[in-house]
Design a protein around this ligand. Structure first.
Ligand code: 13P
Length: 248
């Protein structure tokens, strides 16, 4: 089943208000691609201004807390993100798994909070280079999916991003055959966990997606979009990726 593509940008810890000028070109490209969903996930500090600057563009956060409110200094709840007008939240990104020691269980708790607040959770999974070299990529990703996906996940409130850790920011990507195999495995696992809903959950590929490789990656079966880091930081790099999705 061909699902509607989602091209999402993860700005990570990049950008001050001046960066929002990039949204003009991204909005124009999104408007010209009505068959594709486009989203930008800037740092928390820019969500409010991004929603104001680009009201038609879905905006997302890069994390949320599992609790609704309380004594959690420095944290942000899903409700607070919704309150700013954002619609997505990236959860369990490998950089947070490394830097903040987040686990599958953490991602699951945060996804439940996101669902309750009305956000769509983009849960990230992916193996390290050592795990792939050891032939364990499939087992690792299957375990991450089992540990992090709530049973209440649906095609509307959940997106999975397959991001091999070794491909992030490295300029290296898996072969198209490896992407096909892993996305097929993720689809089967989603259907095992969520039943028929799992057939409609979009599976994004992430890791060194750029204007040069987007078309071939997006054409792989069960690749329902892309989660783009570095190349989402400028309209010049991100727009061709939106256009590649629209051309399929
Ligand atoms: P790059 O596109 O910079 O490799 O980052 C991918 C990523 O981590 C998106 O979440």
């Amino acid at each position: 089943m061909a699902l509607r593509k989602l091209v999402a940008g993860n700005w990570k810890m990049n950008g001050t208000r001046a960066k929002l000028a990039e949204l003009d070109g991204i909005v124009s490209a999104a408007d010209a691609a009505p068959g594709v969903d486009v989203a930008i996930c800037p740092p928390f500090t820019l969500i409010d201004a991004a929603v104001a600057a680009a009201p038609s563009l879905p905006i997302g956060a890069q994390d949320c807390h599992h609790a609704v409110q309380g004594a959690h200094t420095g944290c942000v709840s899903a409700e607070m993100i919704v309150d700013l007008g954002a619609r997505y939240v990236i959860l369990g990104h490998s950089e947070r798994r490394t830097d903040q020691h987040e686990t599958d269980r953490d991602a699951r708790g945060k996804a439940l909070a996101a669902f309750a607040a009305g956000l769509t959770a983009i849960i990230c999974v992916g193996e390290t280079g050592a795990q792939r070299d050891a032939g364990r990529a499939g087992i690792v990703v299957a375990g991450q999916l089992e540990g992090s996906i709530p049973a209440t996940g649906t095609a509307a409130n959940l997106v999975i991003a397959y991001e091999p850790v070794w491909a992030i920011g490295s300029g290296r990507t898996p072969s198209l055959a490896e992407v096909k195999e892993m996305h097929g495995l993720i689809r089967a696992k989603l259907e095992a966990i969520l039943g028929i809903e799992g057939a409609g959950v979009r599976i994004l590929y992430g890791g060194s997606v750029n204007p040069g490789n987007a078309a071939e990656l997006l054409a792989v079966p069960d690749v329902d979009g892309a989660l783009v880091g570095g190349a989402s930081l400028t309209a010049a790099q991100f727009v061709p990726i939106i256009e590649a999705a629209a051309a399929l």
